[in-house]
Design a protein around this ligand. Structure first.
Ligand code: SF4
Length: 217
């Protein structure tokens, strides 16, 4: 299957996922860090703990003011809680400079570079924030993206930028498209293309994972 068709095929299978990443912009800022190396259920448990003490309107300011140890305690369910608490603190410190005004931050030049300078914010997290919070047309690459490129297209790419460039080459830079496409890839990797893939019931059945390399680019 041509790489250009991947989005349409996934969408035809999983339906219209829209923005896909749940929550409002402030919540996505937080969950983008919490979701590192854990599953979404654990992120929800951590957010439930936070919402026992505050509400959506005060979320960023509340977390900014909360002592790091207390924050770590609240987000325990998300794992690596001390590291994530520090990363959240670093991120919130950056946003505080703008008084948590997301519109102002969105207009910053070289925002990606600025986010990447924050300790603990790597490319995947920075791009998730750019795409889902600030609605910039950047493609988010994660382990699922690598797995699917590897299995369906026999592309053994590891370099983040190289994979991102591949999507830029074949798909227009479009926020809605990239938001949904990333979600579709995650859905496919969770439902069928798991670590141990469910190929017998997968609609890609006989992808490059089973057959000889089948490259169209
Ligand atoms: S056939 Fe198997 S390896 Fe190929 S996409 Fe489906 S689940 Fe993944």
């Amino acid at each position: 299957m041509n790489f250009e068709r991947l989005y349409d095929v996934l969408k035809a299978t999983y339906g219209n996922l829209g923005k896909w990443w749940p929550g409002d912009k402030e919540e996505i800022l937080i969950t983008a860090v919490l979701t590192q190396s854990t599953n979404w259920k654990n992120v929800e448990y951590a957010m439930e703990n936070i919402y026992k003490l505050t509400n959506k309107e005060r979320l960023l300011d509340f977390l900014y003011k909360l002592p790091k140890d207390e924050l770590a305690n609240l987000i325990k369910p998300a794992g690596f809680f001390n590291i994530k608490a520090q990363r959240l603190k670093n991120l919130l410190e950056f946003f505080k400079k703008y008084n948590f005004d997301l519109d102002t931050i969105s207009r910053e030049e070289n925002l990606r570079d600025k986010l990447l300078k924050i300790k603990g914010i790597g490319k995947e997290t920075a791009d998730s924030i750019l795409l889902y919070v600030f609605e910039k047309p950047v493609f988010v690459v994660d382990a699922y993206t690598k797995r699917i490129l590897n299995r369906i297209y026999n592309l053994k790419l590891e370099d983040y930028d190289e994979i991102q460039e591949l999507f830029y080459k074949y798909y227009p830079k479009d926020v809605q498209l990239y938001q949904e496409f990333h979600g579709l890839i995650v859905e496919h990797a969770k439902r069928y293309c798991r670590k141990k893939p469910l190929c017998d019931s997968c609609f890609f059945h006989k992808c490059a994972y089973f057959t000889s390399p089948f490259l169209t680019y």
